[in-house]
Each structure stands twice: as structure tokens, then as C-alpha cells.
Write a protein that binds this ligand. Structure first.
Ligand code: MSP
Length: 474
């Protein structure tokens, strides 16, 4: 692989980051770190979606003008990603000038494609989704996700002929030019295409806090199109051709399963209309519930990822989210479950192994260093698991190694062996230390700080008792 361009969705800033947005971003960071470590030229993009009625309304409620509200809220996301050790190369905001300029170019190109026409739209608009919603999707007259009544809109709009793109999209998905994964999501998209695609409105009549449509002042750009285009803006569309050609097409859009139609149908069709290549892959992960319940402000079970990171450490949050739920599936999380992983896998597993072995070595064989010759060997292929997004399996495998290490301490009664047979003691200790080095090396993309601490400690001239990696949480 020559380069790896990976993106997260750009999140709405009507609210602060939540555990769902942290999840996508952490997973993307694991992949970005993994490929960077392999020497691949990696570009990892994150950002915030700041236009639209939803934001305008939230700003109004907060008594702020939309732009200062956006500045304040967007900063919460970049700060959160810093706390969570996210290594994005760029952070794009849709209210930036560079984005507005690129979107303008994109829309003019779209107009030239001949795939745009003027028409009238009549339908129900859900502000929560920032999208039109079908009558048949409502439950008791309200949007089932946002529990709000959509507004009836009848207005002049510009439309994009999405209906023409069914066959070509299908062909690209089936030929794997555009990989949609996991399989379930691919089937969902294919059957959606088979039902027949409808044209979509690409502008709104004077929606609040949105970019103007370049050729019609009475219209603003539909926020979702403005947002999707961020993936091109950030790598220099229309401003830095060299950079754009280097990174486009994007290798991976990582998204939640709620927004795959936008990413696997509308987005590639728009790109085809302006003569650009479609994304290479869209991977959709599942949704979290908390104690079996949907995450919702009304229920009051919203988890702040920063609170968890402050209390348990960012690496612990990263480990927990990726270890607890198989990536791609829905899953349930809670602080109780996190605590179990903390005391089990982390404190009693990895942390305990490091502190036991370093304590014993310091005591019985202070001059021991890890010899290259005795590197710990395993036939497990962690790389393959990561490259196939099986993060929980990769972590589970590494914890089998940790368990092996703890068992080796116990079964060989190292604390006695140190007194009776130093040679044997050193042989086994070396294997265990090597096992820790191997584990920490593979763990780096997941738990960068923990991995760094272990490796730095073990590679010192002299091995000394290590401080607890996962102290008791107050
Ligand atoms: N602004 C659009 C995305 C535009 S991308 C060009 C948007 N923003 S959002 O703030 O609503 O974020 C949606 C994303 O947040 C989901 O796709 C998913 O990545 C993440 N999640 C939100 N809630 C989630 C859970 N309960 N569980 C897991 N992830 C979730 O849509």
C-alpha cells in the first residue's frame, strides 16, 4: 500500500462529543497509527459539521450567534480528540473559508454535469436528521430517532438526478471498486439500490446558517452535500491538485451504520457526476446501547468520553470500546463493564504481569537484559486481524499472550526458582519479558501510552520494578 487516506464522519456540533463519536474516531485512529507504523504515507482526517438548521436552533437556544457557537463547540471536539490521543493530520470545519471555496467549485462543476435541474419539493423534513423523511418511516407521527414531528416543506429546490446512478453504483459495489463492509451493510445498500433510487434535492430555500448556492441566491446548499464534500476539501480539491491526486480516492470512510446511504449511494454518485473516483471503501460499525437502552438525552444515559478518559485514562477507554464489542456489530456498554475490563484484563492481566516480572527480575537477576536471540515467537497474525477490522479479536489474542505470561510465572514458581536455579529463572524470565515486548508492540495503535510506558521501561539498561500501570481508581 502506498498511501492510506482515512476519514471519520464530521460530527454535528449541536452537542458535545459523545461516546458514539469517540468510538468511530478511536477506531479510525487505530488504523491510522497501524498503517503509519508500517511506514505507509497516512492521512487521517477528522472534523465538524457546523451548518444547518439544527445548529442554528441550538445556537439560538444557547443565546449565541451561530458562528461563535460553532467555534466554541467545535473546539470541544478537537480537545476531546487530543485527550483521547487521536492523531488526525487535519481537522476540518465546514465553516472554514477553505471549505466554502471548495464547495463552491464543486457545485459549479455539478451544475455543468447536466445532472442538475430545478423543481419543486414537497415532503417532510426532519431537522434532527437534516434530511427528508418518508411518511411511512414515522412512528405515531414523529421521527422514531429524534421523537420530533417533521416539518412539512413545499419549496422550490434544485435536484440531482440520483435516479440515473443505480446500475453504475451497483456495478462498482459488486466489482469491489467500492467496497461496502461488513457484508450485511453491503446487502442493505444493494437492496436499497434495487428498490429504485429517487432524485434528491441538493438545495433548500433559505435554510438557516448554510452556504449559498453559487448560481441561485434564493437557495442554500443542502447541508449533507456540504458535509460530504469535506473529504475532498481537506486534501486540496480545487486548490492543491498535487495533494488531491496523491490522496484521492480516499481509502476508507469509517462511519456508523446510520449514515451509509449518504456514503455509499449519494456520495459516490455525486463524485461520478463531477468526474472523480469513488471511495475505495466504506466500513460501517454498529451502534452502542447503554445497559440495553438507546443512548439518549431524554433517558439521561449519555456518556461523556472525556469523563471516562479522565477517570480511567484515555488508553483504557480506547481498549474498552474496541475490546467490548465486535467491530461492525451493535453492542452494549456501561461503566460497570468498563470497570470489569479495568480490574480484570488490565490491572490483573497486563498490569500484574509487568509488575510481577519486573519485581522478580530486579530481585533475582538485576543484570538481565532481553536478548534478541530469545524473542518470543507466536504464530498469531495480529496484522491480519487489524487489517480486517477485527479489533476485538486482535486484543483478545494479545490477552492470551498476557495470560500465558502470568501462567508461566505461576507454573514455574519463579519466586522460588530465583533462589534455586538462576539460570532457569533467567531463561523463563527472558521469555516473559519478550512476550511483554511483543504484546506492547502490537498494542501500540490501541493503547499508545501504555505501550510506550512498557517498552521504555523494559528497554532500560537495568530492569527495575515497574510502577502499577493501572492503579486502583478512586
Ligand atoms: N454530520 C453527519 C455526518 C456527516 S459525514 C460527511 C452526522 N453527524 S453526527 O454527529 O450525527 O454523527 C453520526 C456518527 O456518530 C455516526 O455515524 C457514528 O459514527 C457516531 N455515533 C452516534 N451515535 C452512536 C452510537 N450510539 N453508537 C455508535 N456510534 C454512534 O451524522
Amino acid at each position: 500500500m502506498e498511501k492510506f487516506y482515512i476519514t471519520t464522519p464530521i460530527y454535528y456540533i449541536n452537542d458535545k462529543p459523545h461516546i458514539g463519536s469517540a468510538y468511530t474516531t478511536i477506531a479510525a485512529d487505530v488504523l491510522a497509527r497501524y498503517y503509519r507504523n508500517k511506514g505507509v504515507d497516512t492521512f487521517f482526517l477528522a472534523g465538524t459539521a457546523e451548518h444547518g438548521s439544527k445548529i442554528a436552533t441550538s445556537a439560538e437556544k444557547a443565546g449565541k450567534d451561530p458562528q461563535s457557537f460553532a467555534d466554541e463547540m467545535s473546539a470541544k471536539f478537537s480537545t476531546a480528540w487530543d485527550v483521547l490521543q487521536i492523531t488526525n493530520n487535519d481537522f476540518i470545519r465546514t465553516t472554514e473559508k477553505r471549505h466554502a471555496e471548495a464547495v463552491n467549485k464543486f457545485f459549479l462543476k455539478l451544475k455543468d454535469s447536466g445532472k442538475i435541474y430545478e423543481g419543486e419539493y414537497e415532503g417532510l423534513y426532519c431537522i434532527g436528521h437534516e434530511a427528508f423523511i418518508k411518511e411511512s418511516e414515522l412512528v405515531n407521527g414523529v421521527c422514531p430517532d429524534h421523537k420530533t414531528k417533521p416539518e412539512m416543506v413545499k419549496e422550490k429546490n434544485w435536484f440531482f438526478k440520483l435516479s440515473e446512478y443505480g446500475p453504475i453504483l451497483k456495478e462498482k459495489i459488486l466489482s469491489l471498486e467500492l467496497v461496502v463492509a461488513p457484508e450485511e451493510r453491503k446487502n442493505e445498500i444493494l437492496s436499497f439500490i434495487d428498490q429504485g433510487l429517487e432524485d434528491i434535492a441538493i438545495s433548500r430555500q433559505n435554510a438557516k446558517f448554510a452556504l449559498p448556492l453559487p448560481w441561485d441566491e434564493s437557495q442554500t446548499i443542502y447541508v449533507w452535500l456540504d458535509e460530504l464534500f469535506n473529504y475532498c476539501t481537506a486534501v486540496g480539491y480545487g486548490t492543491d491538485t498535487e495533494k488531491f491526486n496523491k490522496y484521492w480516492p480516499v481509502d476508507m470512510h469509517l462511519v456508523g451504520k446510520d449514515i451509509i446511504k449518504f456514503h455509499c449511494v449519494i456520495w459516490p454518485a455525486l463524485l461520478l457526476a463531477i468526474g472523480e473516483k469513488v471511495p475505495k471503501k466504506v466500513f460501517a460499525h454498529g451502534f452502542f446501547t447503554i445497559d440495553g437502552q438507546k443512548i439518549s438525552k431524554t433517558i439521561g444515559n449519555v456518556i461523556d468520553p472525556i469523563e471516562w478518559a479522565t477517570k480511567y485514562g484515555p488508553d483504557v477507554v480506547r481498549y474498552f470500546l474496541l475490546r467490548e464489542v465486535p467491530f461492525g456489530q451493535d453492542g452494549d456498554i456501561s461503566e460497570e463493564k468498563l470497570k470489569l475490563r479495568y480490574s480484570g484484563d488490565l490491572a490483573n492481566g497486563l498490569g500484574n504481569l509487568l509488575s510481577r516480572i519486573t519485581t522478580l527480575v530486579e530481585k533475582y537477576s538485576p543484570s538481565l537484559v532481553i536478548g534478541e536471540a530469545q524473542l518470543w515467537k507466536t504464530s498469531d497474525n495480529i496484522d491480519e486481524l487489524i487489517e480486517n477490522y477485527k479489533f476485538h479479536e486482535a486484543l483478545a489474542k494479545m490477552w492470551e499472550w498476557v495470560a500465558w505470561g502470568n501462567k508461566a510465572v505461576d507454573e514455574n514458581k519463579l519466586w522460588e526458582l530465583g533462589k534455586t536455579d538462576v539460570k532457569k529463572f533467567e531463561e523463563i524470565s527472558t521469555q516473559i519479558l519478550s512476550c511483554l515486548v511483543t504484546t506492547s508492540t502490537h498494542l501500540q495503535p490501541f493503547m499508545p501510552e501504555v505501550s510506550r510506558k512498557i517498552l521504555e521501561h523494559l528497554k532500560k539498561e537495568k530492569i527495575t520494578k515497574a510502577e502499577p500501570l493501572f492503579p486502583r481508581v478512586q
